[in-house]
Design a binder for this molecule. Sequence first.
Ligand code: HEM
Length: 459
Amino acid sequence: MNAHSKAQAFIPADLPEPTFADLAHLPGMTPARIPVLRTIKFLQDPLGRSHQMHDDYGRVFRRQDFGGWGVSMIGPEANELVLFNKDKIFSSSLGWNPVLENLFPHGLMLMDFDEHRIHRKALSVAFKTEPMQHYLGELNGGIARGIAAWPNEPEFKFYPAIKALTLDLAAASFLGVPWGPDAKKINKAFVDMVLASVAVVRKPLPLTAMRRGVKGREFMCEFFGREIPKRLGQAGDDIFTQICNTTDDEGVPLSDQAIIDHMNFLMMAAHDTTTSSISSTVHFLGQYPEWQDKVRAEILAIKARTGGELTYAALAEMETLEMVFKESLRLIPPVPSMPRRALKSFVFMNHVIPAGSHVGINPMLTHRLPDVWPDPERFDPLRFTPENSKGRHKYAWVPFGGGGHMCLGLHFAYMQVKSFFFHLLAENRIVLSDSYRGEFNMFPIPKPKDGLPLRIEVI
Ligand code: HEM
């Protein structure tokens, strides 16, 4: 089979849509009179509601929200079963399709099994050491320029600023498009697509976010389609050019449409997650200045050794920052839950879950289970020292997922985050504003409720 084969045959044609009656044997919710109110209540306080359901029903329970019945599975064992997917029970495409397929069809997360394996292998060339070293050069330059351009004011909103900066960085390192009017147009089209993917109105009616998203997709598809022939056979240092020139197992290049779909998806998968994780790390570094000082000392030591540059080799030396980042991802994971659909029935913790069930795992809650994470609300990066990590379940910490669909951009994300803090903290201090509320909206991707007002103080 090559990358062009369609591999949906594994999905049973008669996959049932389980009703309340099919799931009645599980602990959990009873039918609501107005189901949409459940979703609204959940979205008002996703973490509180998740804790509540876990306290009321345990680690496996039936739930009714987001338009139907599903099963939540909590804890490292559930994460392992679903993510490792040893018995090929769970479909990622059927889990994510309802959210993503309108605007980001045929992305990696919307593929399963053989088709997924072939495309993932083809895309992974873009994340090998050599191209990664080039991206680091782009990131270092772009981040230094971006931070220097931030307002030197007593208070500015960090979240919109980092969101804009990660978009500009993506134009350069993902697409090889220099900063300027073209990058701006691409950014706008892309933002419209992302906003539409979580819009309530799912039809592209006039004046809706979905309409703008569909237009944005048209623009992006046209841009990629026009650029592909120019990139073929080129040794470009951006992800797009790498993917234009990759091949599958049989040496066959990806089709233009596959390249377009993968690029749209990659940009979406990278953007809000990176923005969210940098924001939460800033939030905790602002709350715990002693950790800022430790990270700064580490950066200054690297600068002294390398003559001021963040080299690719030095990334591995940013161990303190890495622990701070991991602890921030534990408490505020950018992908708080992951959906799948069961292709066959299975048993978990003595409960039979029927074929067709919409199954969700919940890193946001698993990352706060007191039996896995003692004193879970405490911010403590030392949880991630090698000694303290010993004996912890492999699937206790899953901000990047796990198994076959584990985040393909994980190393890129670490690299970008390290480059960002290297440039921000060497000569500056993050000081949170007195007005900062310190709260995040946790769904669908966590973001600070008030934009994270702060000041960047030169030391
Ligand atoms: C802190 C930043 C990030 C976080 C927390 C994150 C998290 C995740 C998670 C949880 C998944 C798996 C979802 C599932 O199994 O249902 C995933 C998949 C993916 N991510 Fe990331 N991500 C981040 C950054 C990035 C970046 C920077 C890129 C690209 C450069 C990227 C590209 C992807 C791709 C392509 C997939 C699909 C992999 C597959 O299905 O095989 N992500 N990410």
